[in-house]
Design a protein around this ligand. Structure first.
Ligand code: ATP
Ligand code: MG
Length: 137
């Protein structure tokens, strides 16, 4: 059994896709073991995406991530890290497989509706960044 961190980004929330995305996760058999809505501070967004801090898009990415509230979830299931990435689709919606969340609703490489941890190790960091043990069920 694995856990991964999922975020419905500000564009997903403003497009009223919270329900759609949760439905997709539950239909896929993932269990939601923690969830909260939150507007990230600049420091929180920068800390979360610190691995990208040298990338040219870092400043814009942080601005985007703090532009409105997000929904942060911990998903649990067999191979959920990779399974969630498959359901999300590629970063760039133009390259995302048909039927994936990003192919259906993302507007651009940046405004791509959802975040998902890309490895078990990063999932551990990202889950601990937002949730304490007693907030997971
Ligand atoms: P995420 O980490 O959000 O799940 P990802 O793992 O598919 O997405 P990363 O390479 O980790 O993609 O990039 C993190 C986020 O930074 C992307 O989801 C996107 O919002 C933004 N991003 C990535 N590449 C670009 C780019 N070339 N231009 C603008 N924004 C980008
Ligand atoms: Mg990533």
């Amino acid at each position: 059994m694995q856990r991964t961190l999922s975020i419905i980004k500000p564009d997903g929330v403003s497009k009223k896709l919270i329900g759609e995305v949760i439905k997709i996760f539950e239909t896929a058999g993932f269990r939601i073991v923690a969830m909260k809505m939150k507007q990230l501070s600049r420091a929180e967004a920068e800390g979360f995406y610190y691995v990208h801090k040298e990338r040219p898009f870092f400043g814009e990415l942080v601005e985007f991530m703090i532009s409105g509230p997000v929904v942060i979830m911990v998903l649990e299931g067999n191979d959920v890290v990779l399974g969630n990435r498959e359901i999300m689709g590629a970063t760039d919606p133009a390259e995302a497989a048909q039927g994936t969340i990003r192919a259906r609703w993302a507007d651009s490489k940046q405004n791509n509706i959802v975040h998902g941890s890309d490895s078990v190790k990063n999932a551990e960091f990202e889950i601990a960044y937002f949730f304490s043990g007693i907030e997971m069920y």
